[in-house]
Design a binder for this molecule. Structure first.
Ligand SMILES: Nc1ncnc2c1ncn2[C@@H]1O[C@H](COP(=O)(O)OP(=O)(O)OP(=O)(O)O)[C@@H](O)[C@H]1O
Length: 405
């Protein structure tokens, strides 16, 4: 794979992108910007100057760069919240200027920082806004709300009637994501979607977005100023410098390993082993198998199974295979397994090893439970897995240094 760094014409270069387009399971549509310029009235130089960029269908592409480099302007031109001064933007090959407002609403979801929910509307009303504008009937809209709240990890019965002020920042952001996905658009634009929440919630929301994307395979264009977020979320990242000029557009691996120039390497920071942990995902390492138990199951049976496997803990699952607790055997009292209390720290299989490490450090188990689609249990990631991975990275680096010496 090669890295591209050109300001005039930039397209995805990695192997995965093109092969995905049109493949079953990909519901996204390609976005193409052709020499797009935005000159705000009264400004000497353009905010975005002749930007050309192709976002392949079904991928997450992240626009990242210093403040004022034109990220938000570029994003908002895609759904015409800002009109370009010149140039063309195509979605699925067709010019966005030819689309009616309704067509754009259907095709492009929009998520911004904090969810920006209407405070006087319930969660249900907020999520139904676009379907209503598109004339969906009540039943279809209500079903869609249920489906979406479930998808973003909010119990529909519990949350649909609540007002935004009755939700935490992270929950409001989840509703914002649900609203952006409401009309099932092939393209979703996100502007600093997780900027307004604390770091742990941010990590969870990022994991959830990756998990949702595994199911939906939309084309998602995200703006952030946080390079770690870009590395974690992006199939590809676009590093912009002032004036919306592309400094580099490539996969996070290539950007980290071979920054196009000093601007990129300064922006990305040094390629330490820890940063490399942001590139590896939990599902890149071997998960430890772990005895599981069901709520209501005989405690004696569970204990026998765990002891036979040499486990001192069990992961308790609900009827949808979602982890509910992670007690030590000595904490299993009574005849049957009950819903455990206490901390259960989970990470999504697409979480980075960096996030997993953070989670493990705050767990009394020195490990974290790994979940996949719809929060289903997959196994356990522990320090051994991370240290093995670091060792492999170091060996690889030494070999590389040996070859180039
Ligand atoms: N409505 C406007 N009128 C005039 N100039 C504007 C307007 N909106 C943005 N700009 C200017 O255009 C440039 C790009 O702004 P933009 O918001 O796209 O950058 P950004 O990379 O998203 O920045 P940040 O990370 O700080 O949000 C900046 O210099 C900004 O001052």
């Amino acid at each position: 794979m090669t890295s591209t760094s050109t300001t005039s014409s930039t397209t995805g270069t990695g192997a995965g992108a093109r092969e995905d387009a049109g493949r079953p399971g990909v519901s996204g549509a390609e976005i193409r910007l052709e020499q797009v310029t935005k000159r705000y009235p009264g400004q000497q130089s353009p905010a975005v100057d002749s930007l050309s960029l192709t976002v392949p269908a079904g991928e997450i592409v992240v626009l990242v760069g210093p403040s004022g480099c034109g990220k938000t302007t570029s994003l908002k031109m895609v759904n015409r919240l800002i009109e370009p001064t010149s140039g063309t933007i195509l979605i699925d090959g067709a010019d966005v200027r030819q689309r009616s407002a309704d067509a754009l609403r259907r095709e492009v979801g929009y998520v911004i920082q904090g969810g920006s929910l209407f405070p006087h509307m319930t969660v249900e009303k907020n999520v139904s806004l676009v379907p209503k504008m598109l004339g969906w009937d009540k039943r279809r809209t209500a079903e869609r709300v249920t489906e979406l709240l479930d998808l973003v990890g909010l119990d529909p019965d519990r949350y649909r009637g609540r007002y935004p002020r009755e939700l935490s920042g992270g929950q409001q952001q989840r509703v914002g994501v649900a609203r952006g996905l409401a009309a099932d658009p092939p393209v979703v634009l996100m502007d600093e979607p997780f900027g307004a929440v604390d770091p742990i919630t941010r990590q969870r929301l990022q994991d959830e977005l990756l998990s949702i994307q595994r199911e939906l395979r939309k084309t998602i264009l995200i703006v952030t100023h946080d390079i770690d977020e870009a590395i974690k979320l992006g199939d590809r990242i676009v590093i912009l410098r002032e004036g919306g000029h592309v400094a580099q557009y490539d996969t996070p691996e290539v950007v980290l390993a071979s920054p196009a120039d000093d601007f990129v390497s300064d922006f990305v920071g040094s390629g330490s082993t820890l940063k490399q942990l942001s590139l590896a995902r939990v599902d890149d390492v071997d998960l430890r198998q772990q005895t599981t138990a069901r709520i209501g199951e005989s405690t004696a049976d569970v204990r026998r199974r765990a002891e036979a496997a040499g486990d001192r803990t069990v992961v308790v699952l609900d009827d949808r295979d979602r982890p509910r607790g992670w007690p030590w055997l000595r904490q299993l009292h009574g005849e049957t397994v009950v819903e455990p209390t206490g901390d259960l720290l989970t990470v999504d299989q697409r979480a980075t090893l960096n996030d997993a490490l953070d989670t493990m450090l705050s767990s009394s188990h020195g490990a974290a439970v790994v979940t996949g689609d719809r929060d289903r249990f997959l196994g356990v990631v522990d320090f051994h897995a991370v240290t093995d991975h670091v060792r492999a990275l170091e060996e690889q680096a030494e070999r590389h240094a040996g070859e180039t010496a």
